[in-house]
Write a protein that binds this ligand. Structure first.
Ligand code: HEM
Length: 419
């Protein structure tokens, strides 16, 4: 998401969560995330009311699940906690009924399982191995083109560029037009009126233009032998080849957003985390072999998707969750649950079990691209360390206005060359 019309309030502008009656706590406010001020709110919920009901919200009442083990329990119980788009889907904001975009992340079995299987080969170990040298070469080119000793926006020049190139590779998308992918990802995740598109009509028109563009690519690939790009996989896949236009668009948006915002914000988040924790940066410089354990730590620390939502298909839990209720799993909170993760608030690049985090979810919807994302981050850090002694953050980051995508609009940095 590259636009934020609303300026971030300061964290001090929000009331102390401990001064509020528990039932008045509402963590699902984009302003809180934009100001990075949500942490004490989640801390209080974890401590005092880990399965918390918020009765009043612009998107309707919702439950917050804030502890690691409870989130795992919900995420792995798809029989009771549904992802179906027609029930509202997978974010706190319901999918709009007059513009439903079916996609397999917002489906329950058996259709979910069949469609997921179609795209799974994109992340097979053999394919990842093939992608590695391409990603490394492209990452190197991007890093070599950056200015030394002057301030620039890391988000735009590195994080967006690298993930967009990656997506273009996965889709075998026309190379020169790859920034269209960034644009469509932003459009899909940004509500109208926040600077990117004026209104819902404009937004839909752009998404339909995205569909047209991809229908063309589909038509080319469906008549060619099966290839190992995502469009060819969808066009030839048993469970996907008869999708209608909206379902094709929905699944495309899933793959574009899934692989875009998340990895982009992990690339930026890593730079920020290392700057805020200079001792960890020093450890990394002294020992680049820590990169493979640093990468999952960055993904935990950043938690690029702050939540996933489910709808209860039956009454559940010791609490009073009722059939039809909206249930929000706050990964961002579970990842700071010190009952499960030692020193959960600290960024530690050589943790004992760095992969113990919720950022990729669990259960049948666990992120398809998790190994690919880790590989991308590992490569970019290997290439950064070969070139620069310090990626120095030069000012406050501008954060995304969202309770779903947790990330950065801008991050000013200055590069110092390795001597
Ligand atoms: C650091 C990077 C990433 C993060 C944090 C992330 C996070 C997530 C999360 C939280 C889910 C839902 C899990 C659940 O409901 O239990 C998910 C699903 C998914 N992700 Fe990722 N993701 C990342 C990178 C990627 C990449 C690179 C791709 C591209 C190939 C991708 C594609 C998907 C898809 C297709 C799904 C839907 C899976 C399903 O419904 O079965 N993700 N991701």
């Amino acid at each position: 998401m590259s636009h934020a019309a609303v300026r971030a309030p300061k964290a001090s502008a929000f009331p102390d969560p401990y001064s509020l009656p528990l039932d008045k706590i509402d963590v699902a406010q984009a302003e809180l995330f934009q100001a990075d001020a949500m942490w004490p709110y989640f801390e209080r919920l974890r401590r005092e009311d880990p399965v918390h009901y918020c009765a009043e919200h612009e998107f309707g009442p919702y439950w917050s699940i804030t502890k690691y083990k409870d989130i795992m329990a919900v995420d792995t119980n798809h029989q009771v906690f549904s992802s179906e788009a027609s029930l509202g889907g997978i974010t706190i904001r319901n999918q709009r009924e007059d513009f439903l975009l079916p996609m397999f992340i917002a489906m329950d079995p058996p259709k979910h399982d069949a469609q997921r299987k179609v795209v799974n080969p994109i992340v097979s170990p053999e394919n990842l191995e093939k992608l590695e040298s391409t990603i490394r070469e492209r990452a190197g080119l991007i890093l070599d083109s950056l200015p030394i000793g002057e301030t620039f926006d890391w988000v735009d020049k590195v994080s967006i560029e690298l993930t967009t190139q990656m997506l273009a590779t996965l889709f075998d998308f026309p190379w020169e037009e790859r920034r269209k992918l960034t644009r469509w990802s932003d459009i899909a995740t940004t509500p109208p009126g926040t600077g990117l598109v004026e209104n819902e009509e404009h937004r839909r028109a752009e998404l339909m233009a995205c569909a047209d563009y991809f229908v063309n690519l589909w038509n080319q690939r469906v008549n060619a032998p099966p290839g190992n790009d995502l469009i060819s996989m969808l066009a030839h896949g048993e469970a996907t080849r008869n999708m209608n236009r909206m379902e094709y668009l929905g699944n495309l948006i899933l793959l574009i957003v899934g692989g875009n915002d998340t990895t982009r914000n992990s690339i930026s988040g890593g730079v920020l985390a290392l700057n805020q924790n200079p001792a960890e940066y020093a450890k990394l410089r002294a020992n680049p072999s820590l990169i493979p354990s640093m990468v999952p730590e960055i993904i935990r620390w950043q938690t690029p998707l702050a939540h996933m939502r489910r709808t209860a298909l039956a009454d559940a839990g010791g609490k009073k969750i009722k059939k039809g209720d909206k249930v929000v799993m706050w990964y961002v909170s579970g990842n700071r649950d010190s009952e499960v993760i030692e020193n959960a608030d600290s960024f530690i690049i050589d943790r004992e079990r760095p992969r113990q985090h919720l950022s990729f979810g669990f259960g049948i919807h666990r992120c398809v691209g998790n190994r690919l994302a880790e590989m991308q981050l590992r490569i970019i850090w290997e290439e950064i360390l070969k070139r620069f002694s310090f990626v120095e953050v030069m000012g406050e980051p501008e954060r995304v206005y969202s309770t779903f995508v947790k990330g950065y609009v801008h991050l000013p940095v200055k590069l110092h060359k390795l001597h």
